[in-house]
Ligand binder design. Structure first.
Ligand code: FE
Ligand code: FE
Length: 307
C-alpha cells in the first residue's frame, strides 16, 4: 500500500528534510528516458502498440544524452541570479533567456547522430537530412513559437526535432545550477528553473524524497515538490480523483481535478522503480483516450509527441 500522509503533514516535512527542487544530473534524465522507452516498447509492455515510435524516440533521446554530455552553455551571472531571486523568477526562463546559437549546433549534432543510427525508418532519415538545411532565422522563430506555446506558428513536421534540441540545451543549463539559485515561484505549477509546464509527476522512493511527489519539467527535466492530492494545474485540493486502465500497470494513473477538469499523469516508483515521466506519459496513450472520453483535458503536451 502507498504511504499516505495528510497534506499538512507533508508540508511540514517539506519545510525540513526533503528537497524542494531536484535538478537534473548531467545527461542522466536522457539516459534513464531512453532506457525506459525501450522497455515500454517491448512485447507485453504498455507501449508495445506504438513500439516503433517509442524505439525511434529512444534513438533521439540517446543522441540527446551524447550531445548533452559535451556541451558547455553560458550560465546566468550574479546580476541575473539576483534579479531572479528578488522577483521570484526562474533563473533560466525559457521565454526570457538569451539562448545561445549553441542550441542549433546541438540540433545539428542530434540530426547527424539520429540519421546515422542503424535502426530508424527511411522516412525519418530523409526528414532529418532536410532539417539540417533549414535557415537559422527560421529555426529561431520556431524555437520562440515552441517555448511560448504559440501553436498556430509551429511547423508540426519539424517541432519534435526543434524541441529535442532545446531540451538538450536546457537540461545542460539546469544541470549546472544549484538548488540555492532556484527560488520558489509565485505559481507552483511552473518549473522554478525555466518556467515551463510539467509533463507529469512522480512519487519518488529514494531516501531523500521518500513518498513525496515531484512535478517533472518537460523542457529542462528539473523536478519540484508538490503536495500529493493537489491539482498540478489549479492547486485545488478537493475533487481530486485517480484513474487507471483496467488491467493496466499500477505504476501509472491520471490525476484529475473536478474544479478545472484538467488531468496529468502521476507515476509511482513504489510500484515500478523504473518509471520515467516523459517516457511513461508517452507510452500510456490509452489512458489519455480514457480521460478524453470522460471529459477531461491534458494539462500540457508531451515533448516527444506532436501531431
Ligand atoms: Fe524547467
Ligand atoms: Fe484543477
Amino acid at each position: 500500500m502507498p504511504r499516505i500522509l495528510e497534506p499538512g503533514q507533508i508540508e511540514s516535512l517539506a519545510q525540513g528534510a526533503i528537497p524542494r527542487v531536484r535538478l537534473p544530473q548531467h545527461a542522466g534524465p536522457f539516459r534513464a528516458r531512453a532506457e525506459r522507452l525501450r522497455q515500454l516498447a517491448a512485447p507485453g509492455a504498455i507501449g508495445h502498440a506504438i513500439g516503433d515510435y517509442l524505439k525511434l524516440m529512444a534513438v533521439v533521446v540517446e543522441a540527446q544524452a551524447a550531445a548533452a554530455a559535451t556541451v558547455d552553455p553560458r550560465l546566468p551571472d550574479a546580476t541575473e541570479l539576483g534579479r531572479a531571486r528578488t522577483h521570484r523568477m526562474p533563473p533560466i526562463e525559457a521565454r526570457g533567456w538569451a539562448r545561445e546559437p549553441l542550441w542549433r549546433v546541438l540540433g545539428a549534432e542530434l540530426a547527424e547522430r539520429v540519421a546515422g543510427a542503424a535502426d530508424i525508418p527511411d522516412q525519418a532519415r530523409h526528414e532529418l537530412t532536410q532539417v539540417r538545411s533549414l535557415p537559422p532565422e527560421w529555426l529561431e522563430g520556431q524555437a520562440d513559437a515552441l517555448l511560448s506555446g504559440r501553436r498556430e506558428d509551429i511547423e508540426m513536421a519539424v517541432a519534435p526535432f526543434v524541441m529535442a534540441s532545446l531540451q538538450t540545451y536546457w537540461v545542460a543549463l539546469a544541470s549546472r545550477l544549484t538548488e540555492e539559485v532556484v527560488p520558489p515561484l509565485e505559481v507552483p505549477g511552473l518549473c522554478p528553473a525555466c518556467g515551463s509546464l510539467p509533463v507529469a509527476s512522480v512519487v519518488r522512493v529514494d531516501r531523500r524524497s521518500q513518498g513525496h511527489r515531484y512535478l517533472h519539467c518537460g523542457l529542462c527535466a528539473t523536478e519540484w515538490h508538490l503536495v500529493r492530492v493537489t491539482c498540478s494545474h489549479c492547486q485545488n485540493t478537493e475533487g481530486i480523483a485517480y484513474h487507471s486502465i483496467e488491467g493496466g500497470p499500477d505504476a501509472i494513473r491520471a490525476e484529475s481535478c473536478e474544479h478545472c477538469h484538467i488531468y496529468r499523469k502521476i507515476l509511482y516508483q513504489e510500484q515500478d522503480a523504473g518509471v520515467e515521466p516523459v517516457a511513461d506519459d508517452l507510452a500510456s496513450l490509452p489512458l489519455d483516450l480514457l480521460m478524453g472520453e470522460a471529459g477531461y483535458q491534458r494539462g500540457s503536451g508531451n515533448p516527444l509527441l506532436w501531431q
